[in-house]
Design a protein. Structure first.
Length: 484
């Protein structure tokens, strides 16, 4: 089936009407006239014959963008999760070459075994995004339409707000978000608030242990130790400091606008519960990731011990990873990052499953414009969606690399309009991207032939592969067709 560009179709109809009118008036219409009309038709694609011919990557403002090329000149964009390696995507190239990107679910099922929680899902999901972009372009429809249609035509955004110890300055920064148009806020309430205050924190000294160093690779063994195993405790004095800080911020910002909180510290669930109870009076929108997401029993403890909504999910891959949290009512809301959770279709499935259990869905989004609009399409098509993060709001160059959506992406009302153009509705601005690269000739989607023939035995259950190995046509081997 051929699809026709809208402008070409209109031109075709105008000329066709002219030819038809001439025929009806008795004017001789020649074969040349019909041929002239036919020449105005531009075939956009033949979706059933579309094939992936190449996969390339380009680093754009800290994010690895994937481009899938096809045999019909169409290309689709995806994006590897923030902080992930492009190798996660490149290693999948040989597994998708020659496949029809319109069969998005088929391709996803083939490669999803190579994804994992957090950044390990980056490659699989980037390809899933790019396939949706290609399918939408091939069929001439936006991705939200292929996901089942819209529940909303604009998406509410929130932005994290950089932390500062002075509660009045923190409140001023949050009010700045309101002035930008945001109708939903978020701030960190980190344990660094207590740094330098005697008697606020208890922890086992030595071996590089630092309760105030939550992130980074400087001390990998310590910063990557899950909360229950750190031995960090917050004293009653420390809890009072947390409480005093948050109450001052809430009083200054006001009580009508939602404020979510995150990044408390790597202490155990017992202190998490005590902190949650202290902050309940602030009527926050949610407590986010108080412990790692896989400790479902601890989330149940937390949720049953306080009166503020509990949320987690930005590091979870596939619906399978969310099911226990949802089935056991361990959270009030889920918080998938589409670039980890499995892409557009899988994230919609996650949202739909949560909705059946009375649980809403917010979206974590720390990517570039490609991930942003992939998330926008998914949010538009998912009924229980609440709000989506925009982590790039303070990057003045964030929008310059992308064309298609109206700019600024977010309106003064705090919402981003859902694109109606085919696919994701985003095209890279090649000139703008190249201006940001040190060596555009080498860095702007360079060829990746070294990944064309990457192969392994990917099957996840037993087979007679050993017999096949015995029959490989090895030059010179006895019995080989290639033997001399």
């Amino acid at each position: 089936m051929n699809t026709v560009h809208l402008d070409s179709r209109r031109s075709f109809l105008r000329r066709a009407v002219g030819v038809g009118t001439a025929a009806c008036a008795g004017i001789l219409v020649t074969a040349e006239d019909y041929e002239a009309v036919a020449q105005t038709v531009k075939t956009a694609s033949q979706p059933s014959q579309l094939k992936i011919t190449d996969l390339r990557v380009c680093r754009i403002r800290g994010h690895w963008v994937v481009r899938l090329d096809t045999n019909q000149g169409l290309h689709g964009y995806g994006e590897v999760r923030d902080g992930a390696s492009p190798t996660y995507a490149l290693m999948l190239k040989s597994r998708i070459l020659g496949m029809n990107p319109c069969n998005v679910d088929k391709i996803f099922r083939k490669i999803k075994q190579f994804g994992g929680h957090a950044r390990q899902a980056g490659g699989v999901v980037s390809i899933e995004m790019a396939c949706w972009d290609l399918a939408g372009k091939a069929w001439g429809v936006p991705c939200w339409q292929m996901l089942g249609g819209q529940f909303r035509d604009k998406i509410r955004l929130y932005a994290d707000t950089p932390f500062v110890k002075d509660p009045q300055e923190q409140a001023r920064r949050l009010k700045g978000r309101i002035e930008q148009g945001f109708t939903f806020l978020k701030m960190d309430v980190p344990i660094s608030l207590l740094q330098g205050i005697e008697g606020a924190v208890t922890w086992p000294k030595g071996q590089g242990v630092d309760p105030f160093q939550q992130y980074g690779d400087a001390n990998w063994e310590w910063t990557n130790k899950p909360h229950p195993f750190t031995g960090i405790r917050v004293t009653d004095k420390g809890l009072s400091l947390y409480e005093d800080y948050c109450v001052k911020v809430r009083d200054s910002v006001g009580w009508e606008i939602p404020i979510a909180t995150d990044h408390y510290g790597h202490f155990g669930i017992e202190d998490g519960i005590k902190l949650a109870q202290r902050l309940d009076k602030c009527n926050f929108a949610w407590y986010e990731d108080m412990v790692p997401w896989m400790y479902v029993d601890q989330y149940i403890q937390l949720k049953n011990s306080c009166n503020t909504p509990i949320l987690t999910g930005e590091d979870i891959y596939l619906l399978d990873g969310f099911q226990q949290l949802i089935d056991r009512k361990a959270v009030s809301a889920i918080h998938p990052d589409l670039a980890t959770s499995g892409g557009l279709l899988e994230t919609k499935k996650i949202g739909d499953y949560a909705m059946k259990n009375g649980i809403s869905m917010a979206l974590h989004m720390a990517g570039g414009p490609v991930t942003m609009f992939a998330s926008v399409h998914c949010a538009a098509a998912t009924e229980n969606f609440l709000v989506m993060e925009h982590h790039g709001v303070d990057d003045k160059e964030y929008e310059t690399v992308a064309d298609g959506p109206a700019k600024p992406f977010m309106g003064k009302d705090g919402f981003v309009p859902v694109p109606n153009s085919p696919g994701l509705g985003v095209e890279l601005n090649e000139d703008a991207v190249k201006r940001m690269l040190k060596d555009p000739a080498k860095e702007y989607f360079p060829p990746t032939p070294e990944w064309d023939n990457e192969r392994s035995h990917d099957r996840l259950w037993s087979t007679n592969f050993g017999d096949r190995l015995l029959n490989l046509e090895i030059p010179g081997a006895a019995g080989s067709k290639l033997a001399s």
